[in-house]
Design a protein around this ligand. Structure first.
Ligand SMILES: [Zn+2]
Length: 600
């Protein structure tokens, strides 16, 4: 603007008068970050950030306290140190103004440079890790941004240590500058994890879009070729459900670091897995399901979201009641998509769904908290479980997945198989996709419209009450049943969850309605003996086999080292009554419905 001639200025003013907003359309100045790793083995990333000041006497910058998709205030600012500012070579005063904010006096400068270090040693998908060979950085725990919240571009340049080869991120590269990227706003920066190091990568193209599988950590035992072929099948199967691939490109960022977890982003995901993932069928199935889950989120929650989930306030909790759709429906589709991609059998699929049902039906908290309120309270419960959590609240992942299954069957039945939940999700995407978002009522109305029947009573019961779910209709539609209980199971059941703590048998959890809790056992009790015969740490199950339901026994426990005797009446082993199987007398019509649902 400094070199603008008077005539040009007049023209701009004229335009502004004719079309209000024209001047505002001019993009605000970008914040420019440079990331350096002078001593990566000490787990620090050094950040240099240049902020435009708008000629204000002071600017205020902040770090997010949480990151979308993982609903807990995590206080990322605790890892920030050495915040210092300069302008034109002069030091500027920096004052901490909140737990996660800093105020910088500008001395009238048009831009100020702030340097700080971030300690990066938490190997989770929502935080940072830096070590000698690589860095895994998330936006929320790394970048201080301006408090003023003016939407503005955020640019990042990564200076790689000599031994590191490349950067992988879904951020858009800046042409002509190596390892430099531009996010159109802070949300995009937060939503785009960055891997720097020497990752193994594999690419494929679907619908003209580039897809990149990125493996960092120790991928030496990870079969990248097999994995990328199967990931492509999941992408194809997902597109058949949701229609368009709306991203410019997609990065599957997988850290091979022998821990677990996954977090969705708009144009990428970040997952963690074992180095043996592709060598073991069970763990590989688990990984494919995780891939399908996080990938499906690029629609469900990233582009089709509950209205409360954006724009985000990164400094406080954002309350939302629909995570049972955002997470639960995604979990339902994860296993469905792995099956439809022919990466699991129908039997394996039914096992996975049975696991979800069992998880809901064996959790006493399902009778205490409706799933929409479990979503609302995610900030204080879902991410802060303790020994009593299962008694007081429901997990919205499996309950949401089971509701999706029941809903899918309902829509199919009501429309005689001409419509499915896939149609519901696709139409929801068209109607509420992007910044619009949906309210619970809009979601219920839309699904009712797709089914051609009023589903509000179903949602009110399944999602907004603690009533038991009714499986009859869905099972009947698909010709399924719960495997009948073994008639010989009158085995005794105590109901304490225990662990072997260096040879000591310690109670770690107690479920409501079991002999253990009714008989007075406490969490942290050490079980020493039953009827005065010693129980070894790994011998509880074998000992209980010596009894039958209804037997009265005396437990000897140590509670804070004081020996205590408890009289307990053993219950009966509930067995596993929630395992699905096809009915042997299923009709051809029912079998055809399963094929329509899960593929051949
Ligand atoms: Zn998820």
């Amino acid at each position: 603007m400094l070199r603008t001639t008077l005539r040009a200025l007049a023209a701009i003013l004229m335009l502004a008068l004719l079309a209000p907003g024209t001047l505002a359309a001019q993009a605000p100045d970008a914040i420019r970050y440079t990331l350096r790793f002078p001593a990566p083995h000490t787990h620090y990333v050094e950040v240099e950030a240049v902020y435009p000041t708008g000629r204000q006497p002071a600017i205020e910058i902040y770090m997010a306290v949480w990151t979308p998709g993982s609903y807990l205030v995590r206080e990322y600012e605790r890892n920030v140190e050495g915040v210092a500012a300069t302008a034109d070579g002069r030091s500027l005063a920096v004052e901490k103004s909140r737990k996660n904010r800093w105020k910088v006096t500008t001395g009238g400068a048009t831009s100020v440079t702030v340097r700080y270090r971030v300690y990066s040693r938490e190997m989770t998908v929502r935080n940072n890790w830096v070590e000698s060979g690589f860095a895994m950085l998330n936006g929320a725990p790394t970048f201080l941004t301006l408090v003023d919240r003016t939407p503005r571009p955020h640019e990042v340049r990564v200076e790689l240590p000599a031994a590191w080869k490349s950067v992988a991120t879904a951020l858009m590269p800046i042409a002509g500058t190596p390892n430099a990227y531009r996010a159109e706003d802070f949300d995009t920066l937060v939503d785009s994890p960055i891997i720097a190091g020497s990752p193994v990568t594999r690419e494929f193209t679907v619908a003209g879009k580039k897809h990149v599988l990125v493996l960092e950590g120790d991928p030496s035992l990870f079969d990248a070729d097999k994995a990328v072929a199967d990931v492509e099948k999941i992408v194809q199967a997902s597109g058949k459900v949701m229609g368009d691939y709306a991203y410019p490109h997609y990065y599957f960022l997988n850290m091979v670091v022998d821990t677990g977890g996954g977090l969705e982003h708009k144009n990428s995901f970040l997952t963690m897995s074992s180095r043996f993932t592709t060598r073991n069928r069970r763990s590989y199935d688990g990984w494919l399901s995780l891939v399908a889950h996080e990938y499906f989120h690029n629609w469900n929650v990233k582009r089709l979201r509950p209205v409360e989930l954006g724009p985000f306030d990164y400094e406080t909790e954002n309350y939302v009641k629909m995570l049972w759709v955002a997470e639960g429906f995604t979990d339902y589709y994860a296993d469905v998509l792995v099956r439809r991609a022919n990466l699991s059998s129908a039997e394996e699929y039914l096992d996975a769904l049975s696991g979800q049902i069992e998880s809901v039906q064996t959790r006493p908290g399902r009778l205490v908290t409706p799933v929409n309120m479990a979503s609302y309270d995610t900030w204080i419960k879902q991410y802060r479980p303790d020994e009593n959590t299962a008694n007081t609240t429901i997990d919205y992942y499996p309950k949401g997945a089971v509701i999706a299954f029941l809903l899918d069957a309902k829509i199919r039945k009501a429309t005689n198989g001409t419509r499915t939940l896939d149609d519901g999700m696709k139409i929801a995407m068209q109607r509420f996709g992007g910044p619009k978002g949906y309210s619970p009522e809009q979601f219920y109305d839309l699904m009712s419209e797709v089914a051609g029947v009023n589903l509000k009573p179903f949602f009110a019961q399944a999602a907004e009450s603690t009533d038991e779910l009714d499986y009859t209709e869905a099972l009947d539609y698909f010709g399924l049943r719960f495997r009948p209980a073994d008639p010989a199971t009158s085995r005794a059941f105590l109901g304490a969850i225990t662990r072997n703590d260096s040879g000591r048998l310690i109670v770690t959890g107690l479920r409501r309605g079991t002999a253990a809790i009714d008989g007075g056992l406490n969490v942290d009790d050490e079980i020493l003996a039953i009827d005065d015969v010693r129980v070894r740490a790994d011998g509880l199950a074998a000992r209980l086999e010596q009894y039958k339901a209804g037997d009265k026994v005396q437990l000897l426990v140590a509670r804070r080292d004081r020996l205590t005797r408890l009289d307990v009446t053993l219950g009966s082993d509930p067995g596993r009554p929630w395992r699905l199987e096809p009915r042997t007398d299923a009709t051809a019509e029912q079998k055809a419905r399963v094929i329509q649902w899960l593929g051949q």
